[in-house]
Each structure stands twice: as C-alpha cells, then as structure tokens.
Design a protein around this ligand. Sequence first.
Ligand code: DC
Length: 226
Amino acid sequence: MSNNIVVAIDGYSSCGKSTLAKALAKKLHFIYVDSGAMYRAVTLYFLRNQVNLKDEQQVALALQDVHLNFHSRDYETHITLNDEEVSDEIRLMPVSENVSAVSAIKLVRTEMVKQQQRMGQSENIVMDGRDIGTMVFPEAQLKIFMTADPKVRAERRHKELLPKNPEITLEEVFENLAHRDYADTTRVESPLIRAEDAIILDNTNLTPEQQLQFALDKLAPFLNNG
Ligand code: DC
C-alpha cells in the first residue's frame, strides 16, 4: 500500500476551496488538482460539440474524445482539453451555466473519478471538489468541508469574474451560485455532502492565512509521522 498523503477539500461553489488547496499544496510541495476544472473542461467539449446530455451513447462516445491534462507549474490551474489550453474559457458563463447538468451524469463522473484516483495513487496531493472526501478518496488523511455565508461567496466570486466579464452583475453571480448549490446537493449521483469524518471550515470571517494555518495544524500529525 502506498503511504502518500491525500488532502480532500470539498464544499459549495466559491467557498475558497481552491485558494486554500493551492496555498496548502504550495507550502507542502504537494500536487494540486482542481477537480472542478475537469468537469468544466468536459462541459466545454460537450457545448462545442452539441452533445445531447440525455443520449447516453452520445455522451459515452464524446467522453472517449476528451483528453484532459494538467500542467501546474505554479500551483495555478492550467488545464488542456485535447492539447488546447482552456483554463480561461472554462471560467466563463456558458460553462458555469451548464456544468451542473454535465457533472450530474453518471458516465461523466465515473470517468472523472477514475482519472482523479489515478492522480492520487502515489503522490502527495491536495484535491478540491464536491465528492473528494466521499467518493474519490474516502481514505484521505485529512478531509475539510468548507462553507461560507452565501452573500460573501457571491461578492468574492463577482470580484473574481469582473476583470474577464465586465458586464456581470452581483445578482447574476448570486443566482448562478444558488442554482449550482441546489443542483450539486440534490443530484442523484454523488451529491455534495460532508463526509462524516470531514472537518468543517467556515471561512466567512477568516483570512486566507488563518485558513492555511488551520489546515496545517490538522495535518501536522501526518507530516510528523511521514
Ligand atoms: O469547483 P467548481 O465550481 O469549478 O466546479 C464546477 C462544477 O463542477 C460544480 O458546479 C460542480 C461540479 N463538480 C463536481 O460535481 N464534482 C467535483 N469533484 C468538482 C466539481
């Protein structure tokens, strides 16, 4: 059995999961994987190729043509879809509006989970997402479930999106988040739920530094033994 360390960070959209995951990976020289980027890249492919989400055969065939790769030289998410850099395009509204529907498809999830598990087989890794502690790495040494006030989340996200989407309003962002929360928690396949052994981190009033320290403290016993 391999003895690499796995940190699973799950939670609602725009809760600061990736900020914490990146900071932790950077500090510890672990690999960082943004699992949401994978669902987003699949969504982009499906949109471009007008894949009918209700047609299982079409979905299965399309998935065979989707080749994703991360190249994370600086702990940011750089993802390629069939060798094309799509890191920016997957953050735009067309993908954000359709990603919940795509990530609810069982075939899509099975394929993504398989790829994610492969990445965590032998390397120390921090992965963020919705089902990392429950489905992808149920044996992870540390599981964190992040939450924050919905209004604060929408404000943070809005600020993040403005440079690339100057037209976007706070209301639009709030609604997109509410819609995704609902879809993510009520879907049949791997809904977003807290793993029983996940530690809750509400970061409404915490700085990124405080969140990093929280995670490092929880991880300390594993690092000392490792
Ligand atoms: O983390 P994010 O907002 O970029 O994720 C985009 C979507 O992907 C989100 O609405 C839910 C889905 N997702 C998922 O179902 N499972 C994961 N492990 C990660 C993301």
